[in-house]
Design a protein around this ligand. Sequence first.
Ligand code: HAM
Length: 432
Amino acid sequence: MSESDTPFRAPVGTHDVWGPAAALWEGLVSTFAESAYRYGFSLIVSPLFEDVGVFVSGIGEASDVFRNETYVFSDRGDRRYALRPEGTASVVRAFIQHHPTTPFKAWYVTPAFRYERPQKGRYRQHHQLGAEAIGTSDPAIDVEVIALAHSFFRAVGLTKFRLLLNSMGDENCRPAYVALLSEFLEGRETELCDEHQTKWRANPLRVLDCKKPSCIAVIKEAPRLIDHLCDDCEAHFARVRAGLDQLGLTVEIEPRLVRGFDYYTRTTFEFVSDALDAAQNAVGGGGRYDKLVERLGGSPTGGIGFGSGIERLLLAREAEGVDTPLLKRNLDVFVVDTTGADVATAIAAELREAGLAVDRSYDERSMKAQMKVADKSGARLAVLVGPDELASGEVTIRDLRRRDSATDQSRAKREAVVATVTELLVNVQKND
Ligand code: HAM
């Protein structure tokens, strides 16, 4: 049956992760876990669905992501739930529910569901690596969160990316800016893109990150929020910039960077890859959300975090031509058994017990068929047992990568299989 005849396929905008891509995926997750632990973050796992109110209050009922993209459903008990379109609101809900000591620093890996028009780099189920730090408004944590993202991108081999930074102000300075922006847009309405000519009043800030050339041209002349920050926001922004500078991180101030969720205050940032198409070039983004804990029913508490799309990271690595593996995922040994007595079960168990990665053949196939599988498996060594070895209480060990060398094959006592294989592996790996 060819793939196109299969009765069921993964839903539109989703994909299966398997084969070599899965190894890279695993490598990204473990590299992120390592980076996050180095910055003092520990893992949080929370449900993939939440009371719809978490996202209504969290990301904002009027946000594009909630209105047009969030999967909302009723369960059999008539409760209204939503599949998480992003990770932050759930982590904040968990923070309020469990009262951890602050700052609460948590990292996560999660699917995120958004009903978008699928295209390369944009999916209905994508996967995010993210980190949230809740319980302090110190600009030093903004710097740390951004530095964590930066060091992670470098650790996975990316170099062609830029860090864009902006401040969204807060409830003291943003309303006056929005009024100023509205006044400006009122006079330029007819020059905006078709969509924003009619919609800009609902949320004038959205026009700032419109990608249409007509809106971009108008926005170039618009007042900038960073020129209208209140003193506290200005001081916070200055300390974030100074901290990033101290770490040697180059930033580009991007006044148009407003991002898509209602919860952002003050610092916002995005990492864009120059190796990807402009429409889907964000490999990560985030910001501060000092009002979100209150919006979800907690007491006033500041927070900041970021999320990075695994699929985007893989595309960016490919586009940059980065092919370094992130994780060693090779078999050490493949056991070939033609005794008919299933000696492979015991040998594989002993080798695995010794910490080696081992696979074996099944279904009592011929020596030739089993060797074919062994060759394909990527294992470094094969341990062979046939009737001959069984009779003499031995095994044959074969180097699967150096077939022509005189030393490619040796015999070992059955009871010494673990010691011999371990020693041989050390030797062959030294010479690799
Ligand atoms: P976001 O910018 O919507 O932020 O998503 C974070 C990252 O997820 C993006 O930079 C991109 O790499 C990836 N991404 C987003 N949507 C898609 C999609 N449809 N297909 C593929 N990849 C996608 C957030 O979600 C915030 N929760 C980040 C944050 C954490 N802010 C504060 N804390």
